[in-house]
Design a protein around this ligand. Structure first.
Ligand code: C5P
Length: 218
């Protein structure tokens, strides 16, 4: 049936997750943080001693993931992995496993299953291009690398996690390059996506803009 989906794609630390949460809260919709699935896959594979460059082996890990989300926390085999998921090292592992087509295929249906009434806001890299290509509203976020590094820095520091802004910027640029350069569902705007550069916007301004676009869709 017709369950509405809003997709929000964009590069690392562009504020996709926060924007998705805010838009979903305003509309009473569900959220899919697709990056968490790649992060959990990277974490589970590395813990199992699987070579992250071995696409078939990592895909087997992805297909067997026992992952669930509850009250904003993520559980892998009943263990709360929420904090481990947010680490930069886990983000880098995620971008390594995400290049493999079999890994992306193994996570495809899992992502579709998040689509439930009354609607879904899905954030990631390929929500509008590969997972929900028929979504009635697609947003592509952009923000400069400097802005994104600064945001990520503040985010980590506020959580008491030590961070270095230059290292963060280098990490996110490496991740962007890998995400844009891969052949399997590279990071790119869908042709019918609305582009939003939120470098100079508050989260409320970005949210209201997306909600206005949504209203215009009718
Ligand atoms: O968004 P987040 O930083 O959590 O994503 C971590 C990594 O997972 C990204 O750098 C990207 O390589 C991968 N990813 C992806 N497709 C998605 C979401 C995330 O390839 N839809």
């Amino acid at each position: 049936e017709d369950i509405p989906v809003i997709t929000i794609d964009g590069p690392t630390a562009s504020g996709k997750g926060t924007l998705a949460d805010e838009v979903a809260r305003a509309l009473g919709y569900w959220v899919l943080d697709s990056g968490a699935l790649y992060r959990a896959t990277g974490l589970a594979a590395s813990r199992a001693g699987v070579d992250l460059d071995d696409g078939a082996a990592v895909a087997a890990v992805a297909a067997g993931l026992d992952l669930h989300f509850e009250d904003g926390r993520a559980f892998l085999d009943e263990e709360d992995i929420s904090d481990a998921l947010r680490q930069e090292a886990t983000g880098l592992m995620a971008s390594r496993v995400a290049v493999h087509l079999p890994v992306r295929a193994a996570l495809h249906q899992l992502q579709l299953d998040f689509r439930r009434l009354p609607g879904l806001v899905a954030d990631g890299r390929d929500m509008g291009t590969a997972i929900f290509p028929a979504a009635p509203l697609k947003v592509f976020l952009s923000a400069s690398a400097a802005t994104r590094a600064e945001r990520r820095y503040k985010q980590l520091i506020s959580k008491g996690i030590p961070a270095n802004i230059e290292d963060l910027r280098a990490d996110l640029e490496a991740r962007d390059a890998r995400d844009k350069g891969r052949s399997a569902s590279p990071l790119q705007a869908a042709p019918d996506a609305f582009t939003l550069d939120n470098s100079a916007q508050t989260i409320e301004e970005s949210r209201d803009l997306v909600l206005a676009w949504w209203q215009e869709r009718g």
